[in-house]
Design a protein around this ligand. Structure first.
Ligand code: M6R
Length: 619
């Protein structure tokens, strides 16, 4: 995930900015850069690669100034490269900007700016913002003549952000007014650090924690005008607002994790954002061919598809299994394989096969191998991945990114929800194009999908309730996870999470299969976690629960307000009610939290479980 640091004070800005960038390295990045202003002149250094390389570049060619901004970039639009690295400049090289987030309407904005003569130097969505500010500045001709640069800068910035759709945390510097930094936030975090004769702007407090612990968190829709000795706050309409500062008690390792004990827990809490960022700008209006515009997948390509074949590993495979239920709900034949098994078995793949490879890292050897084999047989390949520039993106014909930011915990959490979100986007579009569902019906899914991030936040606010249940069961040695229908893969995912981080034996099973064998393992007090939210199968599931209870199992049930009347259980976790098809996005969360607290009680190395690697690059 990209990182921002800005400094304005009375000391050498580059020292603070480089230190800040080092503190942001943990977020993951592929390129970085710095810009400072000194006596009306900007200095800019950018590199593709690590902060160490940037330091070397600055040693060779120092940057002067007591004000500056810097950035670590994790590619989303455009490959990792020096040109795509931030800060970005306007045409004249006088204004510089760093950005976190996604500018959704950047294509429209870019077309207009190109038409009015702006020259672009990168492939990023970010660059439109700096040209937009430059454009707005030009519209204040009279004030510019009078040298009212600071007023113009503020007004132009305010006007520019009003034109942007999407999510952003911005920090901007104009060489004509080096006594101020402007920053703004919408759906992407930004925090101000208050020092003595110096102030900071950053994407998270860890960037400046060494220098000050006094901070002000910006909220969505707020602007900060930062000077050496003061900070003023405004809403997007330009009205001044008062904000209170807070003293941060975290040490730097806690700060990196946003105050959470582990990256995994932090990432669990970032899931509303993962879903929101992955669906944003991709769903409405449905009749617009968004997939063609964004990923090059045309009506023609989609119409020629005969069936979908999914390949993936681990958690990504579970996302693939959910995808089967979704695609087939829209009458699109879908097959799912572990990537490794796909390679091992004989299969019928041809030019009418639409192969979807799902991989957080985009580097999983088994998945890449399956993709290569499918391509040799003529299949068209679409990658769903979180990693720009990964091997998978280079091999696939189309790439649909999940916008989750880097996942650092080895156990996949937010990437899984991102994968599911991308699958919903894709399936809804394909179903509309193939006329498997009407626009009205698609609209029903879209309307509900848009509500999911708020439901996730609501659910996560009840973490303590789930922790209490996990604490109670943390000494048990065997767990069974059961469900039916679209939540059967979520039972598998729940079992996988607990196995990998808590090293406890767990099985995931289709509830209907229990009486065909596995029920034999149930004995008194065995915990059986049952995902019981789907109205379509709730009565059958209630029967499966009764069968387990009759053999002494302790049932931990995940229900919603409608299904709960059918379910008897020792422990109940109620999740918000949503459409059956979308319920995996919510039901996964209690299982992640359950696994996390069991692992915590067992004092396991949660972010780096034994024997596991984040990315499995060998077959
Ligand atoms: O990077 P990928 O999504 O291709 O990784 C696939 C699996 O290795 C991964 O999901 C693994 O199962 C996770 N550790 C599960 O939490």
């Amino acid at each position: 995930m990209c990182g921002i640091i800005g400094y304005i004070g009375d000391k050498k800005a580059s020292d603070f900015l480089i230190e800040g960038l080092k503190r942001l390295e943990y977020r993951g990045y592929d390129s970085c850069g710095i810009a400072t202003a000194n006596e009306d002149k900007l200095s800019l250094r950018r590199v593709s690669g690590r902060v160490g390389l940037l330091e070397e570049a600055i040693e060779k060619k120092p940057v002067k100034g007591i004000v500056g901004i810097a950035h670590t970039r994790w590619a989303t639009h455009g490959i990792p490269s020096e040109d795509n690295a931030h800060p970005h400049t306007d045409c004249k090289g006088e204004i510089v900007l760093v950005h976190n987030g996604i500018i959704e309407n950047y294509t429209e904005l870019k077309e207009k700016l190109l038409a009015s003569g702006h020259k672009f130097k990168s492939e990023t969505d970010t660059e439109v913002v700096i040209h937009l500010i430059e454009d707005k500045i030009k519209s204040f001709k009279a004030e510019m003549k009078n040298g009212e640069y600071e007023t113009v800068f503020f007004k132009a910035f305010k006007k520019a952000i009003a034109d942007i759709e999407g999510s952003f945390a911005l920090a901007v510097l104009w060489s004509k007014c080096p006594d101020m930094l402007l920053s703004a936030r919408l759906h992407s975090p930004l925090v101000i650090g208050l020092g003595k004769k110096e102030n900071f702007v950053a994407s998270d407090v860890s960037a400046f924690l060494k220098f000050t612990k006094k901070v002000v968190f910006l909220e969505d829709g707020e602007i900060a005008l930062v000077r050496k000795n003061s900070v003023e706050y405004f809403n997007f309409a330009g009205k001044e607002i008062k904000k209170k500062s807070t003293d941060i008690k975290w040490d730097s390792s806690m700060a990196e994790k946003g105050g959470y004990k582990h990256f995994m827990l932090k990432e669990i809490h970032e899931q509303a954002e993962s879903v929101e960022n992955t669906i944003r700008g991709r769903l409405l209006p449905l009749e617009k061919d968004i997939l063609k515009k964004e990923i090059g997948l045309s009506f023609k390509d989609i119409k020629s598809l005969d069936h979908v074949q999914i390949v993936a590993c681990g958690t990504a495979y579970h996302a693939g299994l959910v995808a089967k239920y979704i695609f087939e709900n829209f009458e699109i034949p879908t097959y799912v394989d572990f990537a490794s098994e796909f390679s091992d078995r004989s299969k019928i793949i041809d030019k009418n096969t639409f192969l979807i490879a799902i991989s957080q890292s985009g580097e999983t050897a088994d998945t890449l191998c399956a993709v290569r084999e499918a391509k040799e047989s003529g299949a068209k390949v679409l990658a769903i991945t979180n990693t720009v520039g990964s091997s998978l993106t280079r091999e696939a014909d189309y790439v649909l990114y999940t916008h989750c930011g880097p996942e650092i915990g080895v156990a996949s959490t937010k990437a899984f929800l991102g994968q599911l979100s991308a699958i919903y986007v894709l399936a809804i579009h394909i179903a509309v194009i193939l006329k498997k569902i009407s626009l009205k019906e698609a609209g029903k899914y879209v309307k509900e999908l848009i509500k999911i991030p708020r439901f996730i936040e609501k659910l996560l606010s009840r973490e303590d309730e789930m922790k209490r249940i996990a604490d109670k069961y943390s000494t048990y040695e065997h767990f069974l996870f059961i469900s039916r229908y679209v939540n059967f893969p979520i039972a598998l995912e729940g079992a996988l999470k607990i196995k990998e981080i808590a090293y406890v034996h767990a099985e995931g099973y289709a509830a209907g299969e229990m009486k065909h064998g596995p029920i034999a393992i149930i004995e008194k007090n065995m915990p059986v976690i049952c995902i019981a939210t789907n109205s379509k199968v709730i009565k059958l599931l209630a029967g499966n629960i009764e069968e387990a209870m009759a053999r002494g199992a302790k049932i931990i049930a995940i229900v919603d307000e409608e299904s709960k009347k059918h379910i008897k259980a020792s422990e109940i976790i109620e999740v918000p009610k949503t459409l059956d098809m979308l319920s995996p996005l919510l039901n996964t969360i209690p299982l992640q939290i359950f696994a996390y607290y069991i692992a915590l009680n067992k004092k396991c190395d949660i972010d780096k479980p034994r024997n596991l690697a984040k990315s499995v690059t060998v077959r």
